[in-house]
Write a protein that binds this ligand. Structure first.
Ligand code: HMG
Ligand code: MG
Length: 298
């Protein structure tokens, strides 16, 4: 059975922008987030409190976060360690996300740590965030394939997922960082996680659309009972530390499918498309989303 309602976790302002070469002005980012909220998105990942040298585009997190704090929406932020958590909590962040990897290669490339070293870093971070009353998401990258290691064994993914769950993460997000997943693979991982005692209602899915499979993968996850889906307005994005990662599933493509299925999201597709067209103008190139193109050329 398909769910009646899906919560979209909008990542355009973070995953979407983190890979942009030229610095997007802080005020443009703030306006992007305001427009996303105005389009009905209620969970809008705002930025990352990571090392500014690692992700220069998000070096303005301290300036940006206060500009959007009063929108009445959830504004999750990424933190890679203690220092990141302190920066986020100092600004009043209520939702934080740690980000682990199912593979050693990406843990090294993205966090400069082994998988176990990074889990050891996250453990006290999650605990302190929970003590501070924050909601904690645990991302797991490279759940379906890795550009250096190829296929990723399911049990390896499950180990990292259950470690994050045991630390106290409220929610997991299964990352297909390079967009190689197919629907059967998604169902296998979800079933294994259920067997390991991870309930479906604590699992979100995070698909990148490199091979055009993101919607099919989402549909499979919905049929399994998943109700939290990550997407990026206009299909912006890619990860700077994962070669061959393209943008996330475009939020417009997702909303188009969900509307057709009669699944509620609270999102106004017209306003959202207008936002992505506006953002594309700021970035100087058209949105890769088919839905954005179709609706804006009518
Ligand atoms: P490191 O170089 O090992 O850091 O990087 P360190 O712990 O050795 O510290 C070195 C210096 O950095 C110290 O300063 C720290 O204070 C400072 P010094 O004492 O030398 O003056 N530092 C910081 N400064 C500001 N904020 C911080 C911070 N931490 C340390 N938070 C580190 C390790 C984790 C910091 C680095 O690797 C990093 O920032 N990585 C972030 C990479 C990233 O953001 N990637 C993109 C997000 S993940 C993603 O996109 C995937 C996802 O979308 C899901 C999917 O698609 O799969 C989520
Ligand atoms: Mg991503």
């Amino acid at each position: 059975d398909l769910p009646a309602r899906v919560r979209i976790h909008e990542v355009g302002a973070r995953d979407g922008l983190q890979n942009e070469k030229t610095a997007v002005p802080t005020e443009v980012k703030a306006e992007f987030i305001r427009r996303l909220a105005d389009a009905g998105l209620t969970t809008i990942e705002a930025t990352s409190f990571v090392h500014p040298k690692w992700v220069p585009q998000l070096a303005d997190a301290e300036q940006l976060f206060p500009l959007v704090g009063d929108l009445g929406v959830e504004l999750p932020v990424l933190v890679p360690n203690q220092r990141g958590l302190e920066r986020a909590l100092a600004l009043g962040a209520r939702r934080i996300a740690v980000f682990a990897s199912a593979t050693e290669s990406f843990a090294k490339a993205n966090l400069n740590r082994t998988v176990d070293e990074s889990l050891a870093v996250f453990d006290p971070v999650v605990r302190q965030a929970k003590d501070a009353g924050a909601h904690v998401r645990g991302y797991v990258s490279m759940c379906f394939g890795d550009p250096w290691e190829g296929a990723v064994p399911l049990h390896q993914v499950a180990r990292v997922c259950t470690a994050l769950r045991d630390m106290g993460c409220d929610e997991l997000s299964l990352g297909d960082t390079i967009g190689v997943a197919t629907p059967g693979h998604v169902l296998e991982l979800l079933s294994l996680l259920n067997e390991e005692g991870v309930p479906t209602n604590t699992i979100g899915v995070h698909f990148h659309d490199t091979y055009g499979q993101a919607l099919a993968n989402t549909y499979a996850a919905l049929e399994h009972g998943v109700t939290t889906v990550d997407a990026s307005a206009g299909g912006l994005g890619g990860c700077p530390y994962a070669k061959s990662a393209t943008g996330n599933l475009a939020t417009e493509d997702l909303v188009w499918m969900l509307q057709g299925l009669g699944i509620e999201t609270g999102v106004d597709l017209g306003r959202l498309t207008a936002t992505s067209v506006w953002m594309a103008e700021q970035l100087g190139r058209p949105s890769p989303s088919r839905t954005v193109r179709a609706l804006s050329h009518k």
